[in-house]
Write a protein that binds this ligand. Structure first.
Ligand code: SF4
Length: 347
């Protein structure tokens, strides 16, 4: 059975034309799948009966099913463990922000980038997700929100996985989100987060799709960054920041640098100064993320005074800076933790 979810209008049309059907049926099918969120061919009333039967006999519209869900006490954050047809599961998070409903989508099941602070990488990577599987995460939550007249407003591709090592599927997903036969989302409401896969940052800049780019930096010098993020040995800081600068210059979108603040590791004033030096003159902002304590590594969140001092230093040196609002701490919002609980049988 062929899964149609994640196919573009062109792909659907080509398939139906090869079956001897008129071209316009492709648009009708796409509208049912993506606009009306219908997965049962029989419910697609404007398609002829023989077409519906043929579709049902050889195709499916497979999305994702919910295995588990955790809701934060304040009701603002919900984390879902969603499974695909082959039993592979990923986490998707809904965050009700003041500016709308934001979701965090996974691009791979697990991850093999080995970032030292990340639970998603502990069991390695199972596989890349298809465009349809990323779209299925989006539709799962959009359907849920539509029950109360809401919708997904912004998307961050920041769940498990390194999206720029699953480039073609991620790009197809982003384009599908934007299509007018789909959710019709603006590129500006989509953010892609990368650990710094330099060649593909340049490639993305050249695509002429102005999505927001977020780059995980986490340290202002190579030795420490390599310790926290092994990918730095391949693409060192200077190259990552240069690619970020090019992305901003080409797309005119501000690049956000993510910086997890770890007490006594990367939060002193010398490091704040190095960070300023690195990003000077770039259309960029820094998002400081005080870490959730990691007992096994002895990592703790800096005191509010230290967080404040780091933030102030950047601000005084003309770097736009924000400190991430804490959301969903009580449901282990750090990516990968819910999935790991199920993988290790603790679920
Ligand atoms: S932080 Fe992102 S890139 Fe790094 S291991 Fe986790 S999921 Fe992978």
């Amino acid at each position: 059975m062929e899964n149609l979810f994640g196919k573009t209008l062109q792909e659907l049309t080509e398939m139906l034309v090869a079956w001897g059907m008129p071209k316009f049926r492709g648009k009708q099918l796409a509208d049912w799948m993506y606009k009306k969120s219908i997965t049962d061919f029989n419910a697609m009333q404007n398609l002829p009966k023989d077409m519906r039967e043929k579709l049902a006999a050889s195709c499916v519209i497979d999305r994702a099913s919910r295995v588990d869900q955790l809701d934060s006490v304040d009701g603002k954050t919900s984390k879902f463990l969603l499974n695909f047809a082959d039993g592979v599961g990923v986490e998707t998070v809904l965050m009700r922000q003041p500016y709308g409903n934001s979701i965090c989508v996974s691009s791979q099941a697990g991850c093999n980038m080995g970032c030292a602070f990340c639970a998603s990488t502990l069991h390695g990577m199972v596989r890349n997700l298809t465009a349809g599987e990323m779209l299925a995460q989006t539709y799962y939550i959009n359907d849920l929100l539509s029950q109360t007249g809401e919708k997904v407003d912004t998307i961050v591709i920041m769940g498990s996985g390194e999206p720029l090592t699953n480039y073609d599927n991620v790009l197809k997903y982003i384009r599908l989100l934007h299509e007018d036969y789909g959710l019709g989302m603006s590129y500006r409401s989509i953010t892609l987060s990368t650990s710094g896969i330099v060649p593909n940052i340049y490639r993305l800049a050249a695509e002429e799709i102005p999505v927001n780019l977020s780059i995980s930096l986490h340290a202002p010098e190579d030795a420490l960054r390599s310790e926290l993020m092994p990918i730095n040995r391949k693409y060192p800081l200077s190259e990552v920041v240069k690619a970020g600068r090019d992305y901003g210059d080409t797309t005119h979108r501000r690049v956000t640098y993510e910086y997890i603040l770890i007490d006594g590791v990367n939060d002193n004033m010398k490091q704040a100064k190095e960070l300023v030096g690195l990003l000077k003159g770039q259309l960029a902002s820094v998002n400081l993320i005080p870490i959730n304590p990691v007992a096994e590594r002895g990592w703790n969140r800096p005191s509010p005074a230290r967080i404040n001092a780091f933030e102030q230093y950047l601000d005084q040196h003309h770097i736009t800076v924000t400190v991430r609002r804490e959301m969903g701490n009580d449901i282990q919002a750090a990516c990968g933790q819910l999935r790991n609980r199920h993988l290790t049988g603790e679920g």
